[in-house]
Design a binder for this molecule. Structure first.
Ligand SMILES: [Zn+2]
Length: 132
């Protein structure tokens, strides 16, 4: 006999309708994850579970979109050949964002694009590659 168990809601998503501070569900304690995220000007700020803060310019975040349409998928050699992606006047404006399943960050841009799922590791590396 099967039954549906009540489970913790780790897999649920938290939809953010505004860009105030957010709290997310906590994944495994050993996993680096953001505790809070908010936009500050044209950057997205994260506070991480290890106490680090990162600031990622929205344009940089959008250009790094990992979805297939933006060319974020590597080929068999591991090379990422990004196709030409055209951006509109609203492409670098963040409409809202949410955390998905305790492992990824999904922004919705003002041009309607929302298919990019950024892993927390990718978010961290975006900041660490920053020249500023
Ligand atoms: Zn994309």
């Amino acid at each position: 006999m099967t039954s549906i168990e009540a489970r913790p809601t780790l897999d649920s998503t938290l939809f953010i309708h505004n860009l105030a501070e957010v709290s997310i569900m906590t994944p495994a304690p050993s996993t680096l994850h953001p505790l809070r995220a908010e936009t500050i000007g044209d950057e997205l700020a994260f506070i991480w579970s290890d106490g680090q803060e990162s600031f990622i310019p929205l344009e940089k975040l959008r250009r790094a979109c990992p979805c297939a349409a933006c060319g974020g998928e590597p080929d068999v050699m591991g090379n990422v050949e990004r196709p030409h992606v055209s951006y509109g006047p609203h492409s670098f404006e963040l409409r809202n964002f949410r955390f998905v399943g305790g492992y990824a960050f999904q922004p919705t841009w003002n041009d309607g694009h929302d298919s990019g799922l950024y892993t927390f590791r990718q978010l961290r590396s975006l900041n660490e590659n920053a020249s500023a």
